[in-house]
Ligand binder design. Structure first.
Ligand code: AMP
Ligand code: MG
Length: 350
């Protein structure tokens, strides 16, 4: 299959919509990351998403809608909490887990009796859903396990020859995936932190809690409330170590590990916050940004760049888990397969 990258214009949107209506997949930009979409009500089309990504069949997809009216096709009902959250945060990077309606094929939700739904805010995503005339099931448009794509070039790097077309809408503004909030088991729980933060959700729903698996590996034998928690995620080819602790102690630990790796002939890079690069002297350091939001937006591109440069070790500064820091740490810890070094000693948190 030849993969075409199309500029974002009316003709391309129409082509992508036609293709989706015909049961094909198409990659498109959203404000979070690029998605790989298919008609959510067509089981065969959705099957092509799993095939193109190499995604495990037990990891369900998020269904994207453009109008609240589309909800009737997908869910059996939304309670007052769900309606309030939709009013406050849709369109935007918030996915709600709701009771699944009978028209949603099993393959979309991996056989669960719930379905994940969100209304993206990216104008191209909304236009595409409307033109396709159907909700789109769309996970991130990367090969399964790889960092999510935040540019069309990232999608092409993973999906060349595996999908017919990619709409190029430039870089994604949020740069990490949506917040996944489960509303189907009593107390609302964040299963995956993202662009709508815990603090934002608590303004409406003070009781929201964060699932334990967000910052810790799933306990052996533990039940994954979100099947995606079981799988390795966001992983570059390089070994990633998240270094905790603060100030000079952390910088010294990172320098020590970098120098030890360099002595062994390993190619290493440090991922750090703006203003910290000077702490690392002439070692190779990549500034992710100033503040958690900017750092999160640049993380996946930095992980992919490290791979492109043949890096073998990535030493990442940990950051506080407030605001977007929670999403950033969740992605970093998964990219590192939970390998954490505390300034002074190394520990795998498993
Ligand atoms: P992706 O779209 O690739 O970013 O992944 C979607 C995420 O949402 C994965 O972590 C899934 O496990 C999670 N998810 C999708 N549907 C459900 C559901 N019905 N219940 C719980 N988690 C879900
Ligand atoms: Mg994904």
């Amino acid at each position: 299959m030849k993969t075409e990258v199309l500029p974002l214009d009316a003709a391309s949107l129409e082509r992508a919509a036609l293709s989706l209506r015909a049961g094909e997949v198409a990659a498109f930009p959203t404000e979070t990351v690029y998605g790989l979409g298919a008609d959510a009500l067509n089981a065969q089309a959705v099957g092509k998403i799993y095939a193109a990504k190499g995604r495990p069949a037990d990891n369900p997809l998020i269904v994207h809608i453009a109008e609240l009216g589309d909800l009737d096709k997908l869910i059996t009902g939304a309670d007052a909490r769900a309606r309030a959250l939709m009013g406050a945060f849709w369109p935007g990077p918030l996915t709600l887990i709701l009771p699944r309606g009978s028209r949603v094929p099993d393959v979309v939700s991996a056989g669960l009796d719930t379905v994940a739904v969100r209304m993206p805010s990216h104008p191209a995503a909304l236009a595409l859903i409307r033109a396709a005339g159907t909700p789109l099931a769309a996970p991130s448009a990367n090969r399964s396990g790889r960092p999510s794509p935040t540019t069309a070039a990232h999608v092409l790097a993973d999906m060349d020859g595996r999908v017919p077309l990619i709409l190029d809408g430039g870089a994604c503004s949020v740069g990490v995936e949506s917040t996944v909030l489960d509303l189907t088991r009593g107390q609302a729980a964040i299963l995956r932190p993202g662009g709508v933060t815990l603090e934002m959700l608590r303004t409406l729903l003070p009781e929201v809690r964060v699932d334990e698996a967000v910052l810790r590996p799933l306990a052996a034998g533990g039940e994954a409330r979100s099947p995606g928690m079981k799988h390795r995620h966001y992983a570059p080819a390089a070994r990633v170590i998240v270094v905790t602790g603060g100030g000079e102690a952390r910088a010294a630990a990172i320098r020590g590990r970098y120098d030890a790796a360099a002595l062994e002939g390993q190619r290493a890079v440090i991922l750090c916050q703006a203003g910290h690069a000077a702490l690392y002297g002439d070692r190779k350091a990549q500034v992710l940004g100033d503040g958690a939001g900017e750092m999160a937006a640049n993380l996946f591109a930095a992980l992919r760049e490290a791979d492109a440069q043949g890096m073998e070790l990535i030493l990442a500064e940990a950051i506080q888990t407030e605001g977007m820091g929670l999403a950033l740490m969740n992605r970093l810890l998964r990219a590192a397969d939970f390998e954490v070094a505390e300034a002074g000693g190394c520990q795998n948190s498993e």
